[in-house]
Design a protein around this ligand. Structure first.
Ligand code: GLV
Ligand code: GLV
Length: 323
């Protein structure tokens, strides 16, 4: 029997035609992203799902899909998927680690540079016609905070955290790191989280969102951060308490922030972070290069093809299901 697979978005990359050659593919053509209702309708009777991080794969949805044999997400993070519910049914979950490591570390570094050197604020200043002869240059004109030679604290020393550390080393930074399960990484001083927060001029988040990391950087932890420091989050919104962060930025305890991910996405326009000039924001674009997105899509297809062939997915999030 030909298996049926739902693909929730048109995909970049080169492997999509291989998927079409191996199963009956239904691609959601929009307009827009699949709603929860449309996902339920389109997925009914399917054997496989290739989804995005915007598709919420809940236990309730899965309970209505008795035929489902695999899920492949075009993302490294899988916090949008009820992984326990999948594993309970021995359904493999594919994801796309590795290929987006450098691109995402580049984004984190760009946010760190932009926030500390006020790049976006300066851009607005010029475009809005405020750069006038009376306002041409001054010793304190748009002065920011040095990245070079400063201390960077990396929260989560996985592949992206380590790639961030390599960039920082090129800028002569001292690098501190904290990981949930302690790790030894060359060039990173492993410390506990409180010490990292107290000593770092810049803190960059690189942990996955899971029960153990939800609100990891809460008001108490933000209070521990070094006065005048900068927070960068390119991981997941739910890791940082956004209200506490906005308060700390408003009070001047923190100098600035660079934020690519929010607790709710798209971020509601009344989010307090959006009113602060010392916050640089982006719409979840950590892995957004043409090349990397194509490689992520290809990996997601490869995971799906392996599942269709009854083989182990090359990048399976829950490999314990293979026994
Ligand atoms: C992006 O946030 C991803 O998880 O791939
Ligand atoms: C800055 O442009 C300088 O010349 O110091």
């Amino acid at each position: 029997m030909t298996k049926r697979v739902l693909v929730t978005h048109q995909l970049p990359g080169e492997r999509f035609h291989d998927l079409c050659a191996h199963c009956d593919v239904n691609v959601w053509m929009g307009p827009g992203l699949l709603s929860a209702e449309a996902l339920r309708e389109e997925l009914a009777g399917c054997h496989g799902l290739l989804c995005l991080l915007t598709d919420r794969i809940t236990a309730e949805l899965l309970a209505q899909m008795p035929d489902l044999e695999f899920v492949s997400s075009m993302s490294v993070g899988v916090d949008h998927v009820d992984t326990a519910a999948l594993s309970a049914r021995n359904i493999p979950l594919g994801h796309t680690p590795g290929v987006l490591v450098d691109t995402t570390a580049d984004t984190a570094f760009a946010l760190m540079m932009a926030a500390s050197r006020r790049v976006v604020e300066a851009d607005h200043f010029v475009r809005q016609g405020n750069w006038t002869p009376e306002n041409a240059w001054a010793p304190d004109f748009f002065t920011g905070k040095d990245v070079s030679g400063a201390t960077l604290g990396i929260v989560g020393m996985g592949a992206i955290g380590q790639a961030m550390a390599r960039r920082a080393q090129g800028f002569g930074m001292r690098v501190l790191g904290w990981n949930r399960s302690p790790r030894d990484v060359a060039g990173i001083d492993s410390v506990d989280l409180d010490k990292l927060l107290a000593e770092s001029d810049f803190v960059s988040i690189h942990v996955a969102l899971a029960d153990e990391t939800r609100m990891l950087i809460n008001a108490d932890k933000i209070a521990l951060m070094k006065p005048g420091s900068v927070l960068v989050n390119s991981a997941r919104g739910g890791i940082v308490d956004e209200d506490a962060l906005a308060q700390a930025l408003l009070s001047g305890h923190l100098y600035a922030a660079g934020i690519d991910v929010f607790e709710r996405e798209p971020v509601p326009t009344d989010n307090p972070l959006l009113t602060l000039p010392n916050v640089v924001v982006a719409p979840h674009i950590g892995s957004a290069t043409v090349n990397t997105r194509a490689r992520m899509a290809d990996l997601a297809v490869e995971n799906a093809l392996a599942a269709l062939a009854g083989e182990r997915m090359p990048h399976c999030f829950n490999p314990q299901i293979y026994g």
